[in-house]
Design a protein around this ligand. Sequence first.
Ligand SMILES: [Zn+2]
Ligand SMILES: [Zn+2]
Length: 250
Amino acid sequence: MQTIPFFKHATLREIIITRLCCAANIVVIVGCAGYLIGYYDAAGLRWPWLIAALLLGYFLADLFSGLVHWVVDTWLDEAMLGRGIAITREHHSHPSHVLLYDFLDQASLGAAPSAVVFGIAAVVTAQFPVSPLTYALMVIWFVIATCMLFGMSFHNLAHWPVRPPLLRIAQRLHLVCSPEHHWRHHRDHTVRYCVINGWANYPCDRLRLWSRLERLVAATTGRAPRADEATWERKLGDAGVVAGVPQRAA
Ligand SMILES: [Zn+2]
Ligand SMILES: [Zn+2]
């Protein structure tokens, strides 16, 4: 079984880019947190709505993680995203290797799109007079941006070979994505894209959202989904899929 990740080496340029992506998303998280602390009294959002906003944010974070994962798996290739794509393709053929990369190598994949989308969302929200609605929206942006920084970390919990009892309880309660839930993506790369808690996989897969979007994108652009997948599987070898089956903790 291969235990050395294939793309561990990063150039200085790649290291700087991954750090900048993560730093940009941290700026968004801190900006949202500053707003939430500063305007807590002025906004007057009652706690049942605060909990609803937190839960909605946690669901939307899962959905956004699925969207990013779908785009990366289906439409991006090495020419567009370089080492980031290589690491994600390696994860499909050699799942356990993902645990051997550094946090920053993986966090940037979720942090970059999050910083752009929720950075803009937070700035636009802050332009409006403070109200319970703007406060609830900022809670949602804060939760999504935070979860996206740790998106791969959430995902990686499903690949831990030995899981502490508290994690297993959280996974069984679907508070975070479980190995059983996530592993279907490794058998079929067209489903179960959402990796934070898996909540959004139920509506997305039931509605066949991703395959419908694929047909739409293919029809409008003429591009084929997952065009480089066979090449990567050949390049990385196909033995890793069996070798990487997560061990089920007793
Ligand atoms: Zn994938
Ligand atoms: Zn995985």
